[in-house]
Design a binder for this molecule. Structure first.
Ligand SMILES: C[S@@+](CC[C@H](N)C(=O)[O-])C[C@H]1O[C@@H](n2cnc3c(N)ncnc32)[C@H](O)[C@@H]1O
Length: 366
C-alpha cells in the first residue's frame, strides 16, 4: 500500500484555481480550501512538474480572515472554492489572479462588478453519476471522484428542491437511464419551469447565462461602456440567441453561433472553430452588405485562438471580448497588434467558485 506522505505548509498566496499556495518546502505546494495565513500539515496527493498538490489534514493556525463555510459540503465538494473566506477576500483573490494573467499586457485598472449574493443563484446545475458506485453529485475534474451534495446551496431554490428530490429514496437511481453506466443530469429552472435532462451533450435549450441578475449587469455595462456609434454594424461571435447584443445600439448585426438555431435574418449557424469559419463569415458579411466596425465575442472556455486572423481580416474599430476563462482571453489578446486595452471588468458571475467573467474593451490605435 502507498505510504501517505505529509508536509508542513504555510499559505502565502492563492492561485487562479482558488488553491492556497505554500512555499515552505522545497517544492511549491497547492492546497485547496486553504487561505493566506493558514499553517498546518498536508497530505501529498500528487506531484507533477516539480510542484506538489496536497490536501490539508490539520491546522496549527487559522488565517485571521477564515470564516465558517455556509454549505455543509464545502470541505469535500470540488465545485466551490471560496466559502471559507469573506466575499471581499474572494473578490480580492480573483482580481489578483486576473491582474497576474495580464501582467504582460497593459491592462487598465480592473473594475469589479460584484454579485448581489453568494448562494442560491445558479439556474442550472449538472450532477454526475455512476450506476456502478451508485453515487451522484459533483465530480472532481482531476480524480473523477463523485461527491454527493444533497444540501448544495449554490442553485436557485427550485433547482435545489429538485436535487433534494433526486437524492430522496435514491429516486435518481430509478430515473437515470440504464446506459451508459456513467452519465450526467442537468437540472434547469427556466421561465418558471423545471427541466431535467439526462446525458445531453449540450445544455438543454442551448446556452444561457446561469445567473440572471449578473447577466443583466453585464448587459448594462456593455450598453453603457462599449461606445459604439448608433448606425454601425456589429458582428456578435458565439452570440447564442443574441443575449449580449440584443439591446445594443447597432444598425445591422450578424450573430454567429454553432448550437443555437435562432430564426431571423441576422443569425448564422457556423462552427467558429472550423477551418473555413472566417471565410464563411466574411462571405455572409458581404452578402448581407454589412460594414462591420465593431466586434463582440463571448466564446466558451477555449476562447478564439486565431482571433488575430479575424481581427486582421475585419479590422474592427472596437472589440468587446467577454470571456469565462481569463487564461484564454489573455492568450488571444496577447497576439493582437494595433489595439489599446481601454477597459477591463471582472464580472462576478460565479460567486463561491474561482470562476468569473472577464470583459475587456479594445480600441484600434489611431
Ligand atoms: C459563453 S456562451 C455565450 C453565448 C451568448 N453570448 C450569451 O450571452 O448567451 C458561448 C456560445 O458559444 C457557442 N459555441 C460553442 N462552441 C461553438 C463553436 N465551435 N462555434 C460556434 N459557436 C459555438 C455556444 O452555443 C454558446 O452559445
Amino acid at each position: 500500500m502507498r505510504q501517505k506522505r505529509s508536509i508542513p505548509f504555510e499559505i502565502t498566496g492563492v492561485d487562479s484555481l482558488g488553491q492556497g499556495v505554500s512555499k515552505l518546502s522545497d517544492k511549491v505546494t497547492f492546497i485547496p480550501k486553504t487561505t493566506v495565513g493558514d499553517t498546518g500539515e498536508a497530505e501529498i496527493m500528487a506531484e507533477r512538474k516539480g510542484v506538489v498538490f496536497a490536501k490539508a489534514t490539520s491546522f496549527s493556525k487559522f488565517s485571521d480572515h477564515r470564516i465558517k463555510p455556509e454549505c455543509i459540503h464545502f470541505d469535500t465538494c470540488p465545485s466551490c472554492h471560496f466559502q471559507h473566506v469573506p466575499y471581499e477576500k474572494e473578490i480580492e483573490f480573483k482580481k489578483e489572479s486576473y491582474a497576474k494573467l495580464f501582467r504582460k499586457l497593459p491592462l487598465p485598472e480592473i473594475e469589479v462588478i460584484s454579485a448581489p449574493r453568494r448562494f442560491h443563484y445558479r439556474n442550472r446545475i449538472q450532477l454526475h453519476y455512476s450506476l456502478k458506485t451508485k453515487l451522484i453529485g459533483m465530480r472532481d475534474s482531476q480524480t473523477f471522484r463523485i461527491t454527493p451534495i444533497p444540501k448544495c446551496i449554490i442553485g436557485e431554490p427550485e433547482v435545489l428542491k429538485e436535487i433534494q428530490r433526486l437524492y430522496e429514496n435514491d429516486n435518481w437511481l430509478k430515473e437515470a437511464p440504464r446506459a451508459p453506466i456513467d452519465g450526467h443530469v442537468e437540472i434547469y429552472w427556466i421561465e418558471n419551469q423545471l427541466k431535467v435532462s439526462w446525458n445531453k451533450s449540450y445544455s438543454e435549450g442551448g446556452f444561457t447565462q446561469v445567473f440572471a441578475e449578473m447577466n443583466k449587469k453585464l448587459k448594462d455595462v456593455l450598453l453603457s461602456e462599449w461606445k459604439i456609434p448608433a448606425q454601425s454594424d456589429l458582428l456578435d461571435l458565439f452570440g447564442g440567441n443574441g443575449n449580449l447584443s440584443n439591446r445594443l445600439n447597432y444598425s445591422k448585426r450578424l450573430c454567429v453561433d454553432m448550437y443555437r438555431k435562432v430564426p431571423g435574418e441576422d443569425f448564422l449557424n457556423q462552427d467558429l472553430y472550423e477551418e473555413n469559419a472566417l471565410r464563411n463569415v466574411i462571405k455572409e458579411i458581404a452578402k448581407r452588405k454589412l460594414d462591420v466596425k465593431h466586434l463582440l465575442l463571448d466564446p466558451p472556455r477555449s476562447g478564439l485562438k486565431n482571433l488575430k486572423e479575424w481581427v486582421d481580416a475585419l479590422k474592427p474599430e472596437t472589440i468587446a471580448y467577454v470571456s469565462c476563462d481569463p487564461h484564454t482571453l489573455a492568450r488571444d489578446l496577447m497576439a493582437l497588434e494595433g489595439y489599446d486595452l481601454k477597459r477591463a471588468f471582472l464580472i462576478d458571475f460565479f460567486p463561491s467558485t474561482f470562476h468569473f467573467e472577464s470583459f475587456i474593451i479594445l480600441e484600434r490605435k489611431r
